[in-house]
Design a protein around this ligand. Sequence first.
Ligand code: GDP
Length: 296
Amino acid sequence: DYEVEEVDDSNFVTRPPVVTIMGHVDHGKTSLLDKIRSSKVAKGEAGGITQHISAYTIEQNNQKITFVDTPGHAAFSAMRARGADVTDIVIIVVAADDGVMPQTEEVISHAKASGCPIIVAVNKMDKETANMDMVKAQMAEKEMTPVDWGGDIEFIGVSAHTGQGIDDLLENILLQAEILELQADPDAKAKATVVESLLEKGRGPVATVIVQNGTLRVGDNIVCDTTYGRVKAITNDMGKPVKELGLSETGNVLGLNDVPVAGSFMVAQNSDKEAREIATTRAEHARAKELSKSTK
Ligand code: GDP
């Protein structure tokens, strides 16, 4: 039900990749996400990292990469179903001592279905029982053949504990991104995807977003599914107030009248009237639909 927009590519610039890490429980997805973040923030800012967050942007060789956490695979599917496939590259994490587990297989099929390039991060390489060849053999059986075995999937050995291999992984992400030629228009009407949302005491509805097109600014009139408002404040992934979020950047947006659904699009509008009208119409449609369902 989203209107088709005419695409003007004259203003396109390269945008950073958005990366999702998936894997079997306990294989180190959370540890890896946290280690990448803490090893890449500017010195002196590391103290600002207090907790695990759902999305963040780092820099590797002056190039940005945004990571987004998927709390559960169900949430990932829900986001896809809503057309908000924000991910450009999928990292499958497999523990080097454990190898392919049932959820790894699930994740492989999700990743394949997404059509995104896949990189395998073989984690826990610091362990004595780590066995890269075992993981490669098991993955090859699932049609995930490593490049060095004649396939097309890169396998990078990493450790979320020691940090080994992380630079390698990031370089590889940037290589994949280059091939993808990701582009967007920084001057277009802002469009972002909500990856998480909540009602915060004293702050109201907070939406964690990733910008897909344009630049999202404080003061923008926005619509997000059936919610609307004016961007009152934006904090970046370090919790610092910022005036805007650029292409593929992530942050928390305040100012919506209600908590938007994760997976929905946040779109800038020309006026507050327009924003309110679109949201109200959508809410009415949603109510009518519910009503007709319940009377059937
Ligand atoms: P998740 O369920 O995939 O998010 O896994 P976690 O990040 O919670 O990690 C599960 C367990 O594995 C924790 O006890 C971590 O400390 C441990 N772990 C994660 N990464 C590594 C690693 O690189 N090396 C070792 N030795 N242990 C790890």
